[in-house]
Design a protein around this ligand. Structure first.
Ligand code: NAP
Length: 459
C-alpha cells in the first residue's frame, strides 16, 4: 500500500500546475491543494505572456485540463506568509512545493535609474497584462524609447510599445491598456544589447515576428556588424543562432536595397548591439537620454569588454528588460544573490546545506528566471522525483481533514476563490469579449480589479 500524501503547492502558474500533475500521475494516492495569491490561476501565462502571443497563451488549455480533472484543488486570493503560513502547511500537509516564479525586475545599478521615465519591464508587462496589483495607468508619453536587454522580454516590450494599438485589439487586453497604447506618441523604439548580434538571447519565432509588425520598420546599424560577425562554427552556436542570423541578414539586405519610392513606416524599431548602459541621463528629474559604452567581443567569442568609447541617445523613456528576479517568501531559505529559494534538485536547504523537511521548490523560484515554459516540466519532474524519494521521512500532518484548513481560512476572513469560481470568472471574461463592440472579434476581455475578480468568482 502506498502512503497517502497531502501536498500543498504555492503558485498556480505553469510550474506549480505541472508539478501537481506529475505528482498525481506518479503517486495517485495524493491530495493536492494549489494556492495562489491572485484570484485566478495560470500565473505567468495570464500575467507575463504578451497579449499578442496567442500560441503561448494557448498553453492554458492543457493547464486547464490538468486542473479540470479534479484531483488538484485550486484556491486563489490566498497569500503565503499572510493568509497561509508555514505553520499551517506543516499542520495540514506532508509537504509543500513552492512555485512562485520570478516577477520582479533585476536591478540595474547605474546612475539615473530612478529618474521618472525609467521603468522595469516586469512592471510594464504587469500593466499591459492587466495584473490586479499594478497601477491601471501607464505614462506612455515618450516619442523615443530605449529598451535595454536582448532577451525575449525586451522583444515583448519593444513590440508592444511599437505596435499600433488597433493591432492589439483582437487580444485580451483590458480597455485601459488599449486606450493607453492608442494615445502613445511613440515613433522610435531602440533596443540595446550589451553584446553582439550573434550573442542575442532571443528565440527565432519571436525575433522573426518583430519584422512582421504592421507599419513598423526595423533599423540596423553597420557599426554593429563587423566583418564575419556571425561565425557558424564558433563554439556554442546552435541552429537557433543560425536561423536568427539569417533573419537579421535578411533585414540588413532589405534595408540596404530599399528603393527611394518604397513606403516608409510611421514607427521604427532600431536594434543596437555592443552597447553597455552606463548612465540614464535626466533633465528636471525626468529621463532625457541614455549613455552607453561601446563594447567589443573578447577572443572567447562570447563575452565583451568596454572600448572606452561612449555614445548618447536622446530618449524620453527607458525600459529595463535585463532579466527577472525571484522574491523571498517568509520563513523559506532564500539565496538573495541569485533570487532563488535555496535548494538542491528542488529540495529546500538552508545556508549550511541542511535539507528542510517537507519543503520543495520548482520553476523559476528554483532555478532562476531562464528558459521557456516547457522547460518547467523537466524541472518539476526532478523536484517530484526527489519528493517521492523522501516519502518515508515526510511527517504526517496533525490534521488530515482536507476541509479543515479551508474552514480556518474562512474564519480568518480570507476570501479565497475556487476552481468553480475561476470557471465563473472565465465565462464572464469570455462574455465581455463577445459583447465587445470593437470591429475585431475578441475571445476575452480581462477583468483587472482584484475585488471584482473575487466578487465574480465567489458569485
Ligand atoms: P534573458 O533571456 O536572460 O535576457 C536578459 C537580457 O538582459 C540579456 O540580453 C542580458 O545580456 C541582458 N542584461 C542583463 N544584465 C544586463 C546589464 N546590466 N546591462 C545590459 N544588459 C543586461 O531574460 P528575459 O528576457 O527576462 O527572459 C526570461 C526568460 O523568459 C527567457 O528564457 C526568455 O526566453 C523567456 N521568455 C520567452 C518569451 C517568448 O515569447 N517565448 C517571452 C518572454 C520571456 P547578456 O546576454 O549579455 O547577459
Amino acid at each position: 500500500m502506498t502512503k497517502q500524501l497531502r501536498v500543498a503547492i504555492i503558485g498556480a502558474g505553469p510550474a506549480g500546475i505541472y508539478a501537481g500533475n506529475i505528482l498525481k500521475t506518479q503517486h495517485p494516492d495524493v491530495a493536492i491543494d494549489l494556492f495562489d495569491s491572485l484570484p485566478a490561476p495560470y500565473g505567468l501565462i495570464r500575467y507575463g505572456v504578451a497579449p499578442d502571443h496567442p500560441r503561448i497563451k494557448g498553453i492554458v488549455n492543457s493547464l486547464h485540463e490538468m486542473l479540470a480533472e479534479g484531483s488538484i484543488r485550486f484556491y486563489g486570493n490566498v497569500t503565503f506568509g499572510r493568509d497561509l503560513t508555514l505553520n499551517d502547511i506543516r499542520k495540514h500537509y506532508h509537504a509543500v512545493i513552492f512555485a512562485t516564479g520570478a516577477i520582479k525586475d533585476a536591478d540595474l545599478n547605474i546612475p539615473g535609474v530612478d529618474l521618472e521615465g525609467s521603468y522595469g519591464a516586469a512592471d510594464f508587462v504587469s500593466w499591459y497584462d492587466g495584473h490586479p496589483d499594478y497601477p491601471r495607468t501607464w505614462p506612455l508619453v515618450a516619442e523615443n524609447v530605449a529598451v535595454l536587454g536582448n532577451g525575449n522580454v525586451a522583444l515583448d516590450v519593444a513590440r508592444v510599445l511599437a505596435k499600433h494599438a488597433d493591432d492589439m485589439l483582437s487580444t485580451d487586453i483590458p480597455a485601459n491598456v488599449y486606450e493607453g497604447l492608442k494615445a502613445s506618441p511613440v515613433t522610435d523604439v531602440h533596443v540595446f544589447g550589451r553584446r553582439g548580434p550573434a550573442q542575442i538571447k532571443f528565440t527565432p519565432i519571436e525575433l522573426r515576428e518583430l519584422g512582421e509588425v504592421e507599419d513598423v520598420d526595423i533599423v540596423l546599424y553597420d557599426e554593429d556588424f563587423p566583418e564575419g560577425w556571425f561565425n557558424e562554427d564558433a563554439e556554442g552556436v546552435t541552429n537557433q543562432h543560425r536561423v536568427m542570423a539569417r533573419i537579421i541578414e535578411g533585414w540588413r539586405e532589405r534595408q540596404a536595397n530599399r528603393g527611394a519610392d518604397e513606403p516608409v513606416a510611421s514607427r521604427r524599431l532600431h536594434l543596437h548591439f555592443f552597447s553597455s548602459p552606463v548612465e540614464i541621463l535626466g533633465a528636471d528629474g525626468r529621463v532625457s537620454g541614455i549613455k552607453f559604452e561601446r563594447t567589443a567581443l573578447n577572443p572567447d567569442g562570447a563575452s565583451v569588454h568596454g572600448t572606452g568609447e561612449f555614445v548618447e541617445y536622446a530618449v524620453e523613456a527607458v525600459y529595463r528588460a535585463i532579466g527577472y528576479f525571484g522574491s523571498e517568501l517568509p520563513e523559506v531559505p532564500f539565496d538573495d544573490k541569485h533570487g532563488v529559494i535555496r535548494n538542491q534538485g528542488g529540495r529546500v536547504i538552508d545556508e549550511s546545506g541542511q535539507q528542510q523537511a517537507g519543503l520543495y521548490a520548482t520553476g523559476w523560484i528554483k532555478r532562476g528566471p531562464v528558459g521557456l515554459i516547457g522547460h518547467t516540466k523537466s524541472d518539476a519532474s526532478e523536484t517530484i522525483e526527489n519528493l517521492l524519494a523522501d516519502i518515508d521521512s515526510l511527517v504526517d500532518p496533525a490534521v488530515a481533514d482536507s476541509d479543515a484548513l479551508l474552514a480556518e481560512l474562512t474564519a480568518r476572513g480570507v476570501e479565497f476563490t475556487t476552481w468553480s469560481g475561476w470557471l465563473q470568472l472565465d465565462a464572464h471574461e469570455r462574455a465581455l469579449g463577445e459583447a465587445d463592440q470593437s470591429p475585431v472579434q475578441r475571445e476575452r476581455v480581462k477583468v483587472v480589479d482584484r475585488e471584482e475578480q473575487v466578487r465574480i468568482s465567489r458569485g
